[in-house]
Write a protein of this length. Structure first.
Length: 166
C-alpha cells in the first residue's frame, strides 16, 4: 500500500531539496595534459571514485560467512568517447600519445577547465580504442572514437574556482 499523504510526502521533498541540486551527468569535461584544446571533443569519460576493490570472504563456525572490504581500488577503468574533427584532432592526439610512451595525465572537471566546482586528477592513463565504424548510409552522426580508458586515481581532488560552472 502506498503512503502518499501530502504532509508525509512534503517532508521528503523538503529534506531532499535541503541537500541541494542533483549533479547532471553531462556537466563534466576531460582535459588531457598536453592536449588541452581537445577537451571540447570528449563526449564521455569516467568519473573517478575511490571504493574497495571487492570483498574478502571469511567463515565462522556452523557455516557462517562474513565479509570485509578489500584494499581500495586505485587502478580503474571506464568508457571514453571522443568526437573526431575533419582536421583529425583525436587521431593525431592518439598517435602523439603513443610516440611519447602511450600514457598521459588528465583532469576530469565537474564543469569546464575555466569554471568548475571540483576536478579529479588521474595519472598514468592510456586509452584502448575500438575500431570505429564508417557507414555510407549514416549521414546523421558524427564520427565517434570509443574505447576504454585505464587510469590511476589516488583521491586527488582539486578545489573549484567557481560556485557555479554555468
Amino acid at each position: 500500500m502506498t503512503v502518499s499523504i501530502p504532509a508525509y510526502m512534503k517532508g521528503f521533498y523538503d529534506s531532499t531539496r535541503a541537500m541541494g541540486a542533483k549533479v547532471v551527468s553531462s556537466d563534466f569535461t576531460l582535459e588531457i595534459e598536453g592536449f588541452e584544446q581537445n577537451y571540447l571533443l570528449c563526449k564521455q569519460a569516467p568519473w573517478p571514485e575511490l571504493s574497495p576493490a571487492g570483498e574478502i570472504e571469511s567463515y565462522s563456525p556452523l557455516g557462517g560467512k562474513m565479509f570485509q572490504p578489500q584494499q581500495v581500488e586505485f587502478a580503474q577503468q571506464g568508457q571514453v568517447s571522443m568526437m573526431e574533427t575533419v582536421a583529425g584532432n583525436i587521431d593525431n592526439m592518439m598517435i602523439d600519445l603513443i610516440t611519447k610512451g602511450g600514457t598521459f595525465n588528465a583532469k576530469v572537471y565537474e564543469g569546464t577547465p575555466q569554471k568548475f566546482l571540483r576536478a579529479k586528477r588521474i595519472v598514468d592513463c592510456f586509452i584502448q580504442l575500438d575500431a570505429p565504424d564508417r557507414d555510407w548510409e549514416n549521414r546523421s552522426q558524427i564520427l565517434i572514437f570509443s574505447g576504454t580508458m585505464f587510469y590511476h586515481f589516488f583521491g586527488e581532488v582539486i578545489p573549484g574556482n567557481s560556485g557555479n560552472y554555468r
